[in-house]
Design a protein around this ligand. Structure first.
Ligand code: PMP
Length: 406
């Protein structure tokens, strides 16, 4: 997900070296710096709608924290200091710092810190494979899932809710849960009607991963705050950020300021220069076109595997972000007993083939995997990926048959 343009790209190393020679660090409350200014311009140019300010941090978790603070400050400046809650979804992940974890519906990562977390509540996910009713159309399910989201805000009392946070496609917590068409446009509408900010976490899906610069653009949705990380620097520097819509910036400018509190390394020139070099590379090589083409190839390959290997189901994703889950058989959709650790076992089978896949999902459905190859993957490498995956699936099919026989 992060090393999106591969390792050891010379021009990135050169850009980092060059910036290091010029100026590696400036303190953000006293100085601005050219690479950070330029990066903000470039990102707001490719971002949807009027997301026209950027604030930089050093990890996706910090981006989540900044979004929480900004949402709360925004409502205070608007004269509504009682709007302080953030609503997440029951299957979600936004980071390991306490605020970020508080709005993450990730059962495995929360229990040790329960007493330290904010008591935020959660709306149901959009997860058609498990939660759509038999025969329910995509459109009807999208409306029902969005309505459940609206009910969750109403239950909390919208007068106390500052924002909701959602991943466009749920990553680690769900295994690439891809929403039904129309769901996100409905969420945007609900947030507008109830006066709640919409935070979209594109730490995984942003910066080209889904074939657009941002997955939000896919449904023409403009979030109030958009989080980015991972592929932003392609792993060459620890950088993340938040893009803000103009109405947020204006409200905060009139009050205590847009970013009164940040971090020592926020917007440091070294990180910004890295991201600029990555953007240059991606634009010059037309990486988005590659993501779309190879994404299609991967999708077709995965769908074909799912017709031949009955232990996987619900091939889902977009661009170069794909996932599927394990089932005892495709007809019953029954998940393997969680104690059998299907996802972990499959990761090991893939490793034996020299292929890295990522285990995902939360109990009791912790049996999904994520495929997220570099965005520079070639046609031949995609074929190789699928061939290795098939060998691992052959082994997995044997495990599932053995489990079924017990
Ligand atoms: N949001 C999402 C959607 C993520 O997947 C992650 C990391 N996996 C984060 C936020 C947190 O990012 P970081 O690990 O850089 O703190």
């Amino acid at each position: 997900m992060t090393a999106s343009i591969g390792h050891g790209v010379d021009e990135i190393a050169e850009a980092v070296k060059e910036q290091c020679r010029r100026v590696a660090f400036t303190y953000r409350t006293q100085f601005t710096n050219l690479p950070a200014e330029e990066l903000a311009r470039r990102l707001t140019d490719i971002a949807p709608g009027d997301l026209d300010m950027a604030f930089f941090v050093n990890s996706g978790s910090e981006a989540s924290e900044y979004a929480i603070r900004t949402a709360v400050s925004y409502w205070r400046e608007r004269g509504l200091p009682g709007k302080v809650k953030i609503l997440g979804r029951t299957i979600s992940y936004h980071g390991m710092t306490m605020g970020a974890l508080s709005m993450s519906g990730h059962a495995a990562r929360r229990p040790d810190y329960g007493s330290l977390l904010h008591a935020f509540s959660f709306a149901p996910p959009a997860y058609a494979y498990r939660f759509a009713l038999p025969g329910e159309s995509e459109e009807v399910y999208a409306a029902r899932a969005a309505k459940a989201f609206e009910d969750a805000i109403q239950n909390e009392d919208p007068g106390t809710v500052a924002a909701v946070i959602v991943e466009p496609i749920v990553g680690a917590a769900g295994g690439v849960l891809t929403p039904p068409a129309g769901y996100f446009a409905r969420l945007r509408d609900i947030c507008d009607r109830l006066d709640v900010l919409l935070i979209i976490d594109e730490v995984i899906t942003g910066m080209g991963r889904t074939g657009d610069w941002f997955a939000s653009s896919y449904e023409d949705v403009v979030p109030d705050l958009l989080l980015i990380g991972k592929g932003m620097s392609a792993g060459y520097s620890p950088v993340a950020g938040v893009l803000l819509r103009s109405h947020i910036v204006e409200a905060l400018r009139e009050g205590s300021g847009v970013a009164p509190f940040g971090h020592t390394f926020s917007g440091n020139p070294l990180g910004a220069a890295t991201c600029l070099a990555v953007l240059d590379f991606m634009e010059r090589e037309d990486i988005l076109a590659n993501v779309r083409q190879r994404g299609k190839q991967l999708e077709e390959g995965l769908l074909s595997l799912a017709t031949r290997y009955r232990c996987i189901a619900d091939v889902r994703g977009r661009g170069l972000l794909w996932g599927f889950e394990f089932v005892m058989d495709q007809e019953s959709k029954q998940a393997p007993d969680p104690a059998l650790g299907a996802a972990g076992l499959f990761v090991d089978e893939c490793l034996d083939q020299g292929l890295l896949v990522y285990p995902a999902g939360i109990a009791p459905l912790n049996n999904a995997v994520i495929l997220s190859p570099p965005l520079v993957i070639t046609e031949e490498e995609t074929r190789e990926l699928l061939a290795k995956l098939e060998k691992a699936l052959r082994a997995m099919e044997r495990h599932v048959k053995r489990w079924a026989a017990v």
